[in-house]
Design a protein around this ligand. Structure first.
Ligand code: SF4
Length: 157
């Protein structure tokens, strides 16, 4: 698998990262990592494609394995062997409400919908096919399509 580059805000890694610590380094590419929440300690290896990036200093307060690409995107330099807390983290980016304001859907990851409303799921997936995820105007396109059917879409900040 290639390295992972987040196309969104990187906020999850920035906040999770407060709990990820390098306990001890065996070399420039192998490190013992502690998850300060669970106490889990594991050994991780920096992905070969990310070694140059990892050699740059991380931002203050970030996860020690999180780096920013030149184009502004975020990269986890140990994505393949990242700790369980990171694997289990669900990045909730948007919520959808029905006409009465009740939350009826959640959007995670690369615009994947979780909902019990089959019609909403179909609508969402059809709208997604019409516009490339992450392109400028994508959110407005999805919002407009949902509003036309009585739903509202809000970004989680
Ligand atoms: S180890 Fe990777 S996935 Fe986990 S917080 Fe750090 S950068 Fe994010």
């Amino acid at each position: 698998m290639a390295t992972f580059t987040c196309t969104r805000c990187g906020k999850c890694c920035i906040s999770l990262g407060r709990h990820i610590r390098i306990e001890r380094s065996l070399s420039s590419v192998q490190h013992y990592v502690r998850n300060a929440i669970s106490g889990e300690v594991m050994i991780v290896t920096i992905h070969p494609d990310s070694r140059d990036l990892f050699s740059e200093e991380p931002e203050e307060g970030w996860c020690p394995f999180l780096r920013r690409e030149q184009d502004g995107r975020f990269t986890c330099t140990i994505y393949e062997n990242r700790p369980a807390v990171c694997r289990n983290f669900r990045c909730l980016t948007m919520v959808i409400s029905g006409p009465d304001g009740t939350e009826v859907g959640q959007i995670v990851g690369k615009a994947t919908i979780t909902t019990r409303d089959a019609a909403l799921k179909e609508l969402w997936n059809n709208l997604k096919k019409q516009f490339l995820f992450g392109e400028p105007g994508w959110f407005e396109h999805m919002q407009k399509g949902l509003v036309a059917h009585g739903y509202t879409l809000e970004a989680v900040t």
